[in-house]
Design a binder for this molecule. Sequence first.
Ligand SMILES: NC(=O)c1ccc[n+]([C@@H]2O[C@H](COP(=O)([O-])OP(=O)(O)OC[C@H]3O[C@@H](n4cnc5c(N)ncnc54)[C@H](OP(=O)(O)O)[C@@H]3O)[C@@H](O)[C@H]2O)c1
Length: 323
Amino acid sequence: MVSPFASPRALFHYTYRMTRILITGASGLLGINLAQEIMPVHEVIGVDRGKLINAPFKVVKADLSDPRHLDSILDSERPAWLINCAALADLEACEKDPDTARRLNIDLPAQLAKSCKAREIRFVHISTDAVFDGEKFGAYSEDDAPNPLGAYAQTKLNGELSALSENPRAIVARVNFYGWSLNGRRSLAEFFVGSLENKKNVSGFTDVMFCPMLVNDTARTLIKMLEKNLAGLYHLVGAEAMSKYQFGVEIARKFQFDENLIAPKSVRASNLTARRSPNLWLSTHKLSTALGESLPTFSTGLNEFYTQRQSGYPQKIRSYQQG
Ligand SMILES: NC(=O)c1ccc[n+]([C@@H]2O[C@H](COP(=O)([O-])OP(=O)(O)OC[C@H]3O[C@@H](n4cnc5c(N)ncnc54)[C@H](OP(=O)(O)O)[C@@H]3O)[C@@H](O)[C@H]2O)c1
């Protein structure tokens, strides 16, 4: 019986059945913020290779490039939902090490999809906006044919296809997000904030369009998708498209940094090895229709990103990896 003096939070947990959610890649940019968003309402179990030694949720240590670990984790932890945020998400690393890219971006989601289906665990796999070649004028829908340009995009596309063929009830979400990460260097937004704050000159691509979403908005939307029992392929990105240069300028203005420190640059003038799509503009019409609501706007996300910094959120996240 619940005490009449129980806190509102305790009463909430008494009346609301918590769901146990397993997050792979819990130390990553999405994983750690997803855990943060889920913790107040559901039970989180993170899977991590050893970085998270001070996290406020249960962490299981495992190297997921070895699929033998997977089934025993699922059998001992018995989650109701699994959200796969583990990946080799560095484009240059995927070009250099295609074997690891294949194991993490294709074999892992295929195995997880299969194992989750066998155990009736709802499965979400995270994919990327980079599966398209960027030749289209305008936004890509889920019906447009992908044409990956490099090893990262190709392995992510194959991972989507394997996950959905193993488990047609899975959710596959193509994302793009920014936010505060464990090492403070994972997202483009952190790069702009860190550089501009120190008055460093940087450049921003004027010819790469994308739809950035605050990672906390991505996390909250993923939970809504699970709660709505969605299945299949969805685009889960910010509602507005902009160039990477413009994104930097928006951050500079919000944080009151000098936007003139950002030089406009063409991606063609960079010496990056991995080919990149110049147009990562995805339509979110299918998802907003399925959810029955609009996705969060860019300005609300940017406001929250700014407020998070004022309230010490980046330090809180980083403290999870300290002793
Ligand atoms: N960032 C974006 O805007 C963006 C855009 C499009 C798509 N995505 C997709 O979103 C998902 C999450 O991306 P992210 O930005 O959060 O990536 P991230 O920060 O690089 O995180 C990747 C996670 O995978 C884990 N991992 C890598 N190899 C592992 C292994 N062998 N065993 C266990 N865990 C392993 C990493 O653990 P360690 O910390 O130990 O390395 C880390 O927790 C990925 O599927 C990515 O393709 C991201």
